[in-house]
Ligand binder design. Sequence first.
Ligand code: 13P
Length: 248
Amino acid sequence: MTNATRCLIAGNWKMNGILQESLDFVKELQANPAPEHVEVALMPPFTLLHSLADSFSEKDVRLGAQSMYCEVSGAFTGSISPMMLRDAGCHYVILGHSERRDIMHEGNTLIRKKLDVAWSHGLEPILCIGEHLEERESGRTNEVLKEQLSVLADVNTGVSLTVAYEPVWAIGTGKTASPEQVKETHAFVHEELSRLGHDCRVLYGGSVNPNNAAELLACDGVDGALVGGASLKADSFMKIIEAAAETA
Ligand code: 13P
């Protein structure tokens, strides 16, 4: 851990989860509460936010959304606003996820607009950054991350913010960055954040599972994990929380 805040284990369910499954998940998680020094958060699909907010207190599990639009209300068919997310009990919102960047073509200008509107509505963004395989292989990782972090230029230093480093080639592939790559890259991300005036948690994401969580979470500069596939089953998610409890 690089600062005084708690380690965060966050589950991004992506486009998975229906009501009954989520109620079973809640029961299992409530039977095994996380220790005080580990913060747990879930980012279910929008349709499950209200029901999960009714099930958990913010003290036990914080909720977040996987995305949102950059306007507060109006004629934006199919979009979700920051105000709606607050109303549904969200503390966090994931912004800049590589699936949104690559599939929905979201770029820095839109991400910055979303960051500003998230902050003005009391949401804490989890800003995702990460390089593609060819970028890593051609030695451009730091350049790509720097460019993605440039959305934080001229942002007030006091804002609430979490960053997640998710190498795109490690997402959903079963490949993780090696501990050396994780240490080196997290050190660069913290350094760049500090140059921009921010001292915040940097999570690692990309094929985190119960078998590799302890090693990844023990790396210098890793302040938690953003977990996709392994957060869908309470059993594997709880094992990652246990690994965090032991290493934090
Ligand atoms: P996986 O853990 O399934 O690789 O997903 C990581 C991720 O994209 C979390 O946001």
